[in-house]
Design a protein around this ligand. Sequence first.
Ligand SMILES: Cc1ncc(COP(=O)(O)O)c(C=O)c1O
Length: 372
Amino acid sequence: MNPMSTITTTIPLVEPWFPPAYADAVRDQVLSGFIGPGRATQEFAAALALFVGAERAVATVSGTVALTAAAKALRLEPGDEILVPAYGVISTINGFASAGLRPRLVDIDAKTGCLSPDGVAEAITERTRAVCFVNFSGYTGDNLTEIVTLCADRRLHLVEDAACALGHRHADRAAGTFGTVGTFSFSVPKVLTTGQGGAVVARDPVVLDRAAAYIDHGDLEWRRTNINRAIGTNLRFTDLQASLGLCQLHDIDARLERRRRSHAALRVRLGSRLYAVPGTEAPLHNIVFTSAPDALVSALKARGVTAVRQYRTISQHPAYRELADRPFPAADCWTDRAVYLPFGMAMTPDDAARVADAIRDADVPLEELGSA
Ligand SMILES: Cc1ncc(COP(=O)(O)O)c(C=O)c1O
């Protein structure tokens, strides 16, 4: 049978999910006449901090900028070395490199997609000032807690890039709160999205003040005094975004449950061939591994399922070619084998069943590599 004959719509890679009440909240914000950075932004930041158990949160324009703000908040200077994973989204390294920091790539742990304590210990040099742990696809587990201890022992700052990990917990702590500073992203694929957006969280009020100053012209006082004591720029969040974000924070349990249900529907069909993370939450992405990723992507496309080969080893990007100072076999393995299936918040268990059927019909063998 023609595999297309029963398919009416293509399942997109990622689609957000907004119940009508969210549109009402944004409409109310517009009708209030105030859409700039104001009370809703403060409420959103306070609700986020409460949810993750941080002292405060500073909302900003993107997760990438949140990482830069984190570096500024820790007083990391141009030329300071920060260890970052050799595989993953370009945003993490860009958040630091664009501020003049010197990133050093560390291979990932093939099972989790995250940095491992041994990999970090081996990569530390006398120039290293900080480590950025990315909670890959939400992973929040032992690798992270061991790296927390390692950083404390070696007197290194730990930045936790929890962009994909909102709601994940380990050892009674929320993702984003393990490092000296944590960051989130609210871009479209995330469980909570404001279109674009990000946040910095921390416990230390001094660190938080520095992040807040960074996103508001370098000076926390200038709006009160009308005197600027530093050169800076404007990277603030808006109440329009916050009105949409607040609805989702109020609904966060339901949203996480929605993600758990679509992931579980896929997991029940694909078993351990689907990437998983420890804890009760689902990973943000639905990832499988195969030695024929292009064939799988094409076969899924023919069956109405959008899939992509998403990330690559960072040193394969021309901008970071000089960071290939040693091999990164696990990162290369993920680059060559990982296929990202549909994973958005709009995805339903029925969509997941369709994705699994398409994988079965595609007849491209999956591997277990990378399962946590
Ligand atoms: C792990 C990680 N870090 C940082 C970011 C950057 O976030 P943004 O796209 O909001 O700049 C993302 C976004 O996808 C991400 O997945």
